[in-house]
Design a protein around this ligand. Structure first.
Ligand code: ATP
Ligand code: MG
Length: 347
C-alpha cells in the first residue's frame, strides 16, 4: 500500500467549500503519522465560469490525471445556465476518467430521520453504471418546436460496458458478509438492453457461486426500497435507473446530509472522484448550517478505494457514534460537526 496520498480537491460552489474543509479536517485527523498527505486545490465551478468562461480547461484536466484521487464538494449555481457545468465539467470529467462505476452506499445510521420506522437493518450499496445508458448524448429532435416534434434519447448499452460494471458488482458483493447481488432493470419492456444486462449477469453469476443473485424490475425495486429495504445488499443497475434509485435510497436512509458517493474507475488508470450526493445548496451557503457528514463519509469511500480500510472504518464508526449521541437539541454548525468527528477518529 502506498504510504502517501496525493489528493486533488475541488471545493466548488456554495456549501461545497464549507463541507470540503471539514472532510479534509477529518482526513488529516484519521491518517497515521507515516502517511504523507498532499493536497492541491482546483478552482473550478460557477465562480470560475463567471470570471473566465472556463468550465474544465484541458490543462487542468491533464493535471488532475496525476493525482491519486479527487475530492469534490459541489458544483453548480442558479446563476449558471443549466447544463453548462454539468456537461462542461462533471460529465466531461466522468467520461475523460472513464468513471464507469458510480457507487452509492445507503446505511441507516442511529438517530437519523427515516420515514421507515422500525427498520434498523438498512445497509446496501448501489453500483450504478456511469458512462452508458441514456447519458451518452445520442438522440435528436425532428421538427423541433412544432406540434409534430419527435424527440429520441437513445440508451446505449455495450457488452463491454455492461460486463465491467456487473463484474465489479459481483466483486463487491463477494466481499460483503451477506454476499447478495440484485440486478435491477426493466427487461420486460426494454428488451434489447434488458436482455444484454440479464444475460451478462447470469453468465458472470456462474463464476461467483458464493454470491446469491436476484432480479427485479425497476418499478418493483422502488416498492421494495420502501417496504423491505433490508432485503438489499448490493444492487447493480444502469445509469438512469441508478440515478433515480439512489435518490430514493438517500431519502429512506436519513436524507441528503448523509449520502456519499464515488465516481470510480476501478482499473486505476485514472483517479476516482468522491463527493457528497447533495448539491451546492445556495439557500444555506455561507451560514455554517450545512451538514458535512456526507462529505466526510465520501472521504471514507475515498480511503477504502485507496486501500486504507482501517481508516475508512474509523470514519464510519465515528459518524455512527456521533449520530447516536446527537440529541436533536441545538443544531451544531458545520464546523462543530467536523471538529467532533475529527476528535473521534483521532482517538
Ligand atoms: P443540484 O442541482 O446541485 O443537485 P439541488 O438544488 O438539487 O442542487 P441541493 O443543493 O442538494 O439540491 O439542495 C437541496 C436541499 O437540501 C436544499 O434545501 C439544501 O439546503 C438542502 N441540503 C443539501 N445539502 C445539505 C447539507 N449538506 N446539509 C444540510 N442541508 C442540505
Ligand atoms: Mg439535485
Amino acid at each position: 500500500m502506498s504510504r502517501s496520498i496525493d489528493l486533488a480537491v475541488i471545493p466548488g460552489d456554495g456549501i461545497g467549500q464549507e463541507v470540503v474543509a471539514q472532510g479534509l479536517k477529518v482526513l488529516n485527523a484519521v491518517l497515521p503519522q507515516d502517511v504523507k498527505l498532499e493536497t492541491k486545490e482546483y478552482d473550478l465551478g460557477a465562480q470560475r465560469w463567471h470570471r473566465t468562461g472556463d468550465t474544465l480547461p484541458d490543462a487542468e484536466l491533464e493535471a488532475l490525471k496525476n493525482h491519486d484521487a479527487i475530492l469534490l464538494g459541489a458544483i453548480g449555481d442558479p446563476s449558471v445556465p443549466s447544463g453548462v457545468l454539468e456537461r462542461g465539467l462533471l460529465l466531461k470529467l466522468r467520461f475523460a476518467f472513464d468513471h464507469f462505476i458510480n457507487l452509492r452506499p445507503s446505511k441507516l445510521f442511529p438517530n437519523t430521520a427515516t420515514p421507515l420506522a422500525g427498520r434498523p437493518d438498512i445497509d446496501f450499496v448501489v453500483v450504478r453504471e456511469g458512462t452508458e445508458g441514456p447519458y451518452t448524448g445520442n438522440g435528436g429532435s425532428l421538427r423541433t418546436g412544432t406540434p409534430a416534434e419527435v424527440a429520441t434519447e437513445v440508451s446505449v448499452n455495450t457488452a463491454y460496458g455492461v460486463e465491467r460494471v456487473v463484474r465489479d458488482a459481483f466483486e463487491r458483493a463477494a466481499a460483503r458478509p451477506r454476499k447478495k447481488l440484485t440486478l435491477v432493470h426493466k427487461n420486460n419492456v426494454l428488451v434489447y438492453a434488458g436482455h444484454l444486462w440479464k444475460n451478462t449477469f447470469d453468465r458472470i453469476a456462474a463464476e461467483y457461486p458464493q454470491v446469491s443473485t436476484d432480479y427485479l424490475h425497476v418499478d418493483a425495486a422502488t416498492i421494495f426500497f420502501v417496504t423491505q429495504p433490508e432485503r438489499f445488499d448490493v444492487i447493480v443497475t444502469d445509469n438512469l435507473f441508478g440515478d433515480i434509485l439512489t435518490d430514493l435510497a438517500a431519502a429512506v436512509t436519513g436524507g441528503i446530509g448523509l449520502a456519499a458517493s464515488g465516481n470510480i474507475n476501478p482499473t486505476g488508470a485514472f483517479p476516482s472522484m468522491f463527493e457528497p450526493v447533495h448539491g451546492s445548496a445556495p439557500d444555506i451557503a455561507g451560514q455554517g448550517k450545512a451538514d458535512p457528514t456526507a462529505t466526510i463519509l465520501s472521504v471514507a469511500l475515498l480511503l477504502r478505494h485507496l486501500g486504507y480500510d482501517t481508516e475508512a472504518a474509523r470514519i464510519e464508526d465515528a459518524v455512527s457514534a456521533d449520530l447516536a449521541e446527537r440529541d436533536g437539541g441545538t443544531a451544531r454548525t458545520t464546523d462543530e460537526i467536523g471538529d467532533a468527528l475529527a476528535v473521534r477518529v483521532a482517538s
